[in-house]
Design a protein around this ligand. Structure first.
Ligand SMILES: Cc1ncc(COP(=O)(O)O)c(C=O)c1O
Length: 302
């Protein structure tokens, strides 16, 4: 495909070749940041993570990110072995080691750690968690509105693998992304178990119809921090916003659609399953919400 792009595309930055990475209490050069082949994360996808963004010297919505990380760790019975403040200090230490001030993205990962034998049982993870922070210089670079394709991979029920968990095992989402790519799109649009439009494989999903902003009920998608900020901003600004069930018919007929996530903030969607959304360009409500989010970031991160 000639003009393929992803939702997490960033400008090339040569400085990222020499970044330093936080690994279990030490800040080490990228080339030395290695984990064991016995690591629970590598072997089984047994871990949880957060994506964080640095704007103007401040890690945006850090409390919400730490809340979600510790909640997820508790849910999978994983002891991070650090307090919230120690985790935050590790983020600051990594930032300092990399001399980063703005436009940086961090992936903070915690796995159940190195196993004694190569099998699934969590009791085999006896050395404590593996904690690592990859921090990169990062400016999102999207050349055109995103194309989505609806995929057969569903957002599951909470009693299988709760889609709210930001777990290392993302295979369902990866398969959704592969299916979308093979259909000529950039990212997969995923339905819930009842067939309602839910989310994409890596971002939350919104549509705009006749001035109203709609997103899923939230039951089957990541409890995205950017998603919640957008809902709150709409409410404050008097833009009608609804968390509700809606179908592909509503979606194809929308005036606008956009994605949300910490990396890209709000990313316009131009096409879904070969149908243009609106005129295929970023619409006025998405533009307004992007401005509101930008000023929220300016208020929170200075
Ligand atoms: C599947 C999925 N949906 C949505 C999001 C966006 O969440 P947030 O806005 O908290 O970055 C993420 C980010 O980790 C994700 O993995």
């Amino acid at each position: 495909m000639t003009d393929h792009q992803t939702t997490h595309q960033a400008q090339e930055d040569a400085r990222n070749e020499t970044i330093r990475i936080w690994l279990n209490g030490q800040v080490v050069p990228k080339g030395d940041a290695k984990v064991s082949v016995y690591d629970s994360g590598f072997m089984l996808g047994d871990g949880v993570w957060e994506g964080l963004r640095l704007y103007n010297g401040t890690w945006a919505f850090i409390d919400e990110h730490l809340d979600r990380l510790f909640e997820a760790a508790k849910a999978i019975d994983l002891d991070i072995g650090m307090t919230r403040d120690e985790v935050f200090q590790a983020v600051l230490e990594t930032q300092k080691a990399n001399d980063m001030h703005t436009d940086a993205h961090a992936r903070l990962m915690v796995t159940r750690g190195v196993k004694t034998r190569p099998f699934q049982h969590p009791s085999l993870s006896q050395q404590g968690p593996t904690v690592t922070i990859i921090m990169e210089h990062s400016k999102p670079k999207i050349a055109r509105p995103i194309r989505l394709a609806t995929v057969p991979h569903l957002r599951g029920l909470p009693m299988t693998q709760d889609p709210k968990l930001n777990s290392h095992s993302k295979l369902n989402c990866i398969l959704a992304c592969i299916a979308a790519e093979k259909a000529g799109a950039d990212e997969g649009l995923m339905l819930d178990v009842n067939g309602f439009v839910n989310t994409t494989n890596a971002c939350n999903f919104f549509i705009v119809r006749k001035g109203e902003v709609w997103t899923s009920t939230g039951d089957y998608c990541m409890n995205g921090i950017t998603r919640q900020k957008v809902i709150d901003l709409c409410r404050e600004d008097g833009i009608p916003v609804y968390e509700r069930n809606y179908s592909l018919v509503d979606t194809y007929g929308a005036d606008e659609a956009f994605l949300t996530g910490t990396f890209g903030a709000q990313t316009p969607v131009g096409e879904i399953d070969g149908r243009p959304i609106g005129n295929g360009e970023m619409g006025p409500v998405t533009t307004r919400i992007r401005e509101l989010y930008k000023s929220l970031i300016q208020r929170n991160c200075s």
